[in-house]
Design a protein around this ligand. Sequence first.
Ligand SMILES: NC(=O)c1ccc[n+]([C@@H]2O[C@H](COP(=O)([O-])OP(=O)(O)OC[C@H]3O[C@@H](n4cnc5c(N)ncnc54)[C@H](OP(=O)(O)O)[C@@H]3O)[C@@H](O)[C@H]2O)c1
Length: 328
Amino acid sequence: MARVVRFHRHGGPEVLRIEDVEVPPPGPGDVRIRVKALGLNRAEASMRKGTYIETPTLPSGLGLEAAGIVEAIGDGVDGFAPGDAVSIIPPRSMPRWPAYGELVTFPAELVVKHPPSLGFEAAAATWMQYLTAYGALVDIARLGRGEPVVITAASSSVGLAAIQIANSVGAVPIAVTRTSAKKEALLAAGASHVVASEEEDLEAGLKEIAPAGVRVVLDAVGGPIFTPLTAAMSRGGILLEYGGLSPEPTPFPLLEVLAKTLTLRGYLVHEITGDPERLEAAKRFILDGLASGALKPVIARTFPFERIVEAHRFLESGEQFGKIVVTV
Ligand SMILES: NC(=O)c1ccc[n+]([C@@H]2O[C@H](COP(=O)([O-])OP(=O)(O)OC[C@H]3O[C@@H](n4cnc5c(N)ncnc54)[C@H](OP(=O)(O)O)[C@@H]3O)[C@@H](O)[C@H]2O)c1
């Protein structure tokens, strides 16, 4: 038996329960992991609430990121052995491969041997944020040296990963955060500039920083800031929309899109994780960055497994600066 987190109905953090379940031995191609740490993602709160892009059958487990020790391997698995320190590439389906548990099973192709010196908490905070930011900025937008890039929800785990990745390729990260409360922390975390979108004129602020316009925008917010964001973009620019944090409707900035032939593009990390070649390049980039110190996961707060409900409350508070980690 192992303790796992499940929910029997959609709702607030209080619907999460810790339950004992039987964990079958790993099937062919699978790896069973004794979890040491979990990384939390906004997607998990959305699935718990019933507003995610995937609808689970209830009761359902959840979770997209974990790190731990290999306990057993299924038939046909090469390259892993019991005792290896490993972490998980976020699976395409959360209910199919839920990560919130003491013992979890994942297909071997989603399991990575991370450098043990990274530690389980940082390893659990690595793959979602860096794969998401790398896929958008490097794989798709081909962000280059000296280029300004606008990063919204800058204090989210993906936002901070994007700042580090932008710096690692020599680009100029412009952080957009709601208020000035996290401004100093964002500068210390590597942002070249910070604009507080609820306190300043976002369009004017961005145009002052990048008078020639910004080619690449990485946005997790949507809603009314689409207007100033697109107004500050350069001709031929690309806005990668990967979130939807704003509860307000998102306007379509027709004239800006037309006049500057902008690309407004939806983006899911699955584009990278679902393509073995692109995933391999992404893993190399991230492992190299971790080894050189250019990439270093920022952990906002750590909660014990028993306080998963409180961890979800903090996740949705918007107060965090980086990744929320749960130790198991
Ligand atoms: N498409 C994909 O494949 C993919 C992959 C990973 C994550 N995501 C999405 O990326 C976003 C960030 O995820 P995460 O798990 O790293 O972070 P998170 O913890 O959900 O993000 C928290 C940050 O988002 C900002 N924020 C919170 N509520 C907001 C609101 N109502 N309006 C505007 N900003 C708000 C705040 O930043 P400031 O205080 O700095 O404003 C806050 O610190 C989420 O929307 C998530 O669903 C998408």
